[in-house]
Design a protein around this ligand. Sequence first.
Ligand SMILES: C[S@@+](CC[C@H](N)C(=O)[O-])C[C@H]1O[C@@H](n2cnc3c(N)ncnc32)[C@H](O)[C@@H]1O
Length: 262
Amino acid sequence: MSSISAITQLPPKRRVRESFDRCAASYDAAAVLQRCVCERLLAGFTPRSTPATILDAGCGTGFGARLVHSRWPAATIVGVDFAPKMLVFARQAGADCVAADIEALPFAAQRFDLWWSSLTVQWCDLPRAVAEAQRVLQPGGELALSTLGPETFRELREAFVGVDNHRHTLGFSEPEAVSRALAQAGFSAISVQREAIELHYVDLQALLRAVKEIGANSVGDEGRRGMLGRHAWQRVQAAYEQHRTAAGLPARYDVILAYARK
Ligand SMILES: C[S@@+](CC[C@H](N)C(=O)[O-])C[C@H]1O[C@@H](n2cnc3c(N)ncnc32)[C@H](O)[C@@H]1O
């Protein structure tokens, strides 16, 4: 059994926000998984009608907003994120943005036809975020969200077993927990899918650097490497190297795609 436990409590919001602010300039170049997940979230989405008003909750630098704009060019799209520096890039790319917490949205009830959120709710109190989604959606409005499941970074956690007992990952949600939160918020027509995505890296350092560059320091803290002695670090690297394939060192992402209707 792993001695590396998941964080049961979320990191403080201030820390999450500062971490995303710090990585805003490097985010787009490193966000390979995030683009891939946004594309899958959109590909799996078949709304009953064309949305005219769309909220991108946790829009980051605006990739998702641009993607949904390409599918529904006539829609009004508002991006919300609590990291102001991420919004600088989203605005430069033409997105209409508001700095706010998606758990307490500064919008009137029933304002949107579609609440869209990709790879953000794992940083949030999920029941609160989806309750806000329910509030700001029109009756019949639709929700599309992606998040990460508990198999994410499995190899990474295993490599640290017995070496760094303080290694943390976020407490990623089981698909059933996502379903339950949506049902409790009052959503219907809930569909939750799970997809494994594997990305490959040259070495472990490159993997941890990529995680840091997208601001997810609480997940794959590259700084932790510096806190390990040389010997311990070599043990971690050797453990991870056992997973190497011809494509490189794999990192597993357990992607959850969820759709629902108000
Ligand atoms: C991994 S990024 C994903 C960004 C974008 N959706 C994408 O797919 O590229 C997560 C984003 O969520 C934002 N975020 C996290 N928790 C938030 C909250 N409670 N309210 C608003 N934004 C939040 C972060 O600032 C960050 O920009």
